[in-house]
Design a protein around this ligand. Structure first.
Ligand SMILES: C[S@@+](CC[C@H](N)C(=O)[O-])C[C@H]1O[C@@H](n2cnc3c(N)ncnc32)[C@H](O)[C@@H]1O
Length: 248
């Protein structure tokens, strides 16, 4: 593996932060182009699943919030009295989120923080969403444990990310698509083919929807399950905090 933004050592986080700092200004535009706008639908599904069954206001944490898409959607869909906070460790991404917050007069809050050391007490949230973030975190299991810690009993976590199709032919075609189209996108938008080649390369070791389901169970989340989208190229993982607190 050679991607300059990806490593599996203590340089993982600084490299990921450097990459997202570089692409923050065009992140929203590129998302729309790359997914033909479909990411909007998958993000709506994420919020619907996160809020499913809630009959009152909710405290929502949008982890790895980036430019704030899921935070703003959560604010729109949650019942009155709900509170949303987006957390990310890349300041330029938070800068875009804050600009959008001002433009839309949103009440969502944004803060810098690390998913592996969340600055919140136990049980502070009713729902946690993570859009295209878990794959970028150095230790996904530790991050899921941290999510479980900040969830109140019955609180729900929903993770949206690139998936891996069950069908090997679809999987191979998908990898070929990503490895052909992503360098072109990186070159077009940032003058650097490696920027989006990061996606297929980071997917190699990412356990995707089936592996994340197992990690959720290991992290002590209950009812862990997943839904696939677009032939399994996207995955939505859902898990719930247990009613009884038990040692982590
Ligand atoms: C692909 S973006 C996703 C942004 C947004 N959630 C969305 O769906 O459009 C991934 C984000 O994860 C953030 N991130 C990665 N690792 C993180 C960590 N350990 N703690 C906080 N944020 C992290 C990056 O800074 C980046 O903004």
């Amino acid at each position: 593996m050679t991607n300059k933004y990806l490593s599996y050592d203590d340089q993982r986080a600084p490299k990921v932060r450097a990459m997202f700092s570089r692409l923050a200004a065009r992140y929203d535009l590129v998302n729309d182009v790359m997914s033909f706008g479909l990411h909007r639908k998958w993000k709506k599904d994420t919020i619907r699943l996160a809020l499913e069954g809630r009959t009152g206001p909710a405290r929502i944490l949008d982890l790895c919030c980036g430019t704030g898409d899921l935070s703003f959607l959560a604010e729109e869909k949650a019942l009155p009295g709900s509170r949303v906070i987006g957390v990310d460790f890349t300041l330029p991404m938070l800068g875009v989120a804050t600009r959008r917050r001002l433009e839309t007069q949103s009440r969502s809050g944004f803060a810098q923080g690390d998913a592996l050391r969340l600055p919140f007490p136990d049980g502070a949230f009713d729902a946690v969403t993570v859009g295209y973030g878990l794959r970028n975190i150095a230790d996904p299991l530790a991050a899921l444990r941290e999510m479980r810690r900040v969830l109140a009993p019955h609180g729900r976590v929903v993770v949206l990310d690139f998936g891996k199709p069950d069908n090997p032919v679809a999987g191979a075609l998908y990898q070929a698509f990503l490895r052909t189209v992503m360098p072109v996108m990186g070159w077009l938008f940032h003058g650097d083919p490696e920027t989006y080649l990061y996606i297929p390369e980071s997917l190699e070791r990412y356990p995707a929807q089936r592996g994340v389901q197992a990690l959720m169970q290991e992290a002590g989340l209950q009812g862990a399950r997943y839904e696939s989208r677009l032939l399994g190229t996207m995955g939505l993982n859902i898990g719930e905090a247990p009613v009884e607190a038990r040692p982590l």
